[in-house]
Write a protein of this length. Structure first.
Length: 504
């Protein structure tokens, strides 16, 4: 608040002069709100989907987990970012008002609060109070909690101790006498014939407007893991975080982090196990034992008379993006011009995609998941991005059998269960004796006699096939083709009879 006249006449900020922030003059203007920090923490785009955000958090959580030598503060930051961006309502608030908007429940600051802060106005309004005097919520506390697949299958209860800061009720909460509960004090300054009042945070109460004492309190919480609970599911204990005057205590959240299993792979309510069978079992049937997550032993058999063989004519299209690439850690490179062979190598080595330099035919394989290849793609002239097909399409080409009703309990409906899938791989013998081969020819259907070549025909050259990687083969003679451009330039120069072409 000002008393006395203003040089030049008029009210600062009302006539284009040097006014206060947000009042129309040349002040600092509206406070910038950071709505990108959480996205940068998780290394995702602002338009990233829910599954992309979940996968990004999962990767970072494993990397920065304190139990794995990570920084606890970094882990808390990325967990907080995931907590906000994984919640549709919180994400909307964050995208509009930033972190402060999420913590206050949306909307940002009331314009009258800003006015009071600048001019020292009163009206009995309290800092921290919203419309109708409702309390704002304090910060939530998030703890990671590792759980095994067995615990998620059977259900699990774990007792955990937490230490929280609570208000000492014996002392109580009193209004600060230094600032009369406002949280700010007014400092009067004289400047010539003008008196200026400036507002500063109260040093006695730290700006809270309250005088109180706190104490540490230990509490034992029983964390119950529901049967079939999904990865990153939250178990919430409401209002169990630290207390502070004028705020409702935040929640304590335990985020379940599913540990990788050595035998079973989970996809929501379905389980998958990989098993090898012999060629004999593929032809005549198999019987195998599977120990389930609850200790039961399952005896699994193939249908009588069924021959196990790979599906036929299953094709899945790669996703190809011209003039694009995806940034990531290079794990291998090679020079090869045939994309079909590069795709084959990519699948053999377990890569999820590659970038091809169209001019040099240099293929770059990167350590990215399929989703990362797609989410991180960007324009790059002269490059071509190849991404492996959708896993669901590739799965159609696998030898897969199902044991119905032996998957995970369905979340929130554990009386129902998903399915147990068995991915089969046939172990072929490295060689067989000639006698065994003759017996097999008698028992198994042979080729069309009309298409069997006569081995005694003297016009045939006889060869035996061997195993060979096409990229390795290409490298054997790569040096001969490195200077082919120079050879082309020399071909038309003096010293020889050049080929003359004429257009008609």
């Amino acid at each position: 608040m000002f008393f006395g006249g203003f040089p030049g006449g008029g009210f600062p900020g009302m006539d284009g002069g040097d006014g206060f922030p947000g009042m129309g003059g040349k002040g600092r203007g509206k406070k910038d709100v950071d709505t990108e920090a959480f996205y940068k923490l998780l290394d995702v785009d602002k338009n990233a989907s829910g599954p992309d955000i979940k996968k990004a958090y999962r990767k970072l959580a494993i990397k920065h987990h304190p139990d794995k030598g990570g920084d606890p503060e970094t882990f808390k930051e990325i967990t907080k970012a995931y907590e906000v961006l994984s919640d549709e309502n919180k994400r909307k608030l964050y995208d509009q008002y930033g972190e402060e908007g999420v913590e206050s429940g949306g909307g940002g600051s009331d314009p009258t609060d800003i006015f009071d802060m600048v001019f020292g106005g009163g009206g009995g309004r309290r800092r921290g109070g919203g419309a109708g005097g409702a309390k704002r919520k304090g910060k939530d506390v998030v703890h990671p909690m590792d759980v095994t697949l067995e615990q998620l299958y059977n259900g699990h209860t774990k007792k955990l101790a937490i230490n929280r800061t609570v208000i000492d009720q014996k002392v109580g909460v009193k209004e600060c006498d230094a600032c009369d509960g406002r949280g700010v004090v007014i400092q009067v300054m004289r400047m010539g014939n003008m008196i200026q009042q400036m507002q500063q945070q109260c040093t006695k109460c730290g700006g809270s407007g309250k005088i109180y004492k706190t104490k540490k309190e230990k509490e034992i919480l029983e964390v119950f893991v529901d049967r079939g609970a999904p990865d990153l599911n939250k178990v919430v204990f409401y209002a169990k975080a630290d207390e502070q005057p004028g705020y409702e205590a935040g929640d304590v959240q335990f985020v379940l982090q599913e540990k990788e299993h050595t035998v079973f792979k989970r996809n929501k309510a379905d389980l998958t196990v990989q098993k090898n069978i012999t060629l004999l079992e593929a032809l005549t049937g198999f019987t195998m034992e599977i120990t389930h997550l609850d200790g039961r032993k399952l005896l699994v058999k193939s249908a009588p008379g069924e021959v196990i063989c790979p599906p036929k004519n299953v094709e899945a299209d790669w996703e190809v993006f011209d003039e694009m690439e995806s940034a990531g850690q290079d794990v291998a490179t090679c020079t090869y011009s045939d994309p079909a062979k590069l795709k084959e190598v990519c699948l053999q080595k377990g890569f999820n995609g590659f970038v091809l330099d169209k001019e040099s035919n240099k293929a770059i394989f990167r350590e990215l998941t399929r989703d990362e290849f797609l989410s991180k793609k960007k324009k790059k002239a002269g490059m071509k991005l190849f991404v492996v097909p959708d896993p669901e399409l590739l799965a159609a080409g696998r030898m897969r059998k199902c044991v119905k009703g032996e998957g995970m309990p369905v979340f929130k409906n554990p009386m129902l269960k998903g399915n147990l899938f068995i991915e089969l791989t046939i172990d072929f013998p490295k060689s067989i004796s000639e006698d065994a081969a003759k017996q097999l020819r008698k028992m198994l259907p042979g080729p069309d006699p009309m298409q069997v070549p006569d081995e005694e025909d003297e016009h045939f050259e006889h060869h035996y096939v061997v195993d060979m990687d096409p990229v390795t083969s290409e490298k054997e003679h790569a040096a001969a083709y490195e200077d082919d451009e120079d050879d082309e330039r020399r071909a038309g120069m003096g010293g020889g009879q050049g080929v003359q072409c004429a257009q008609q």
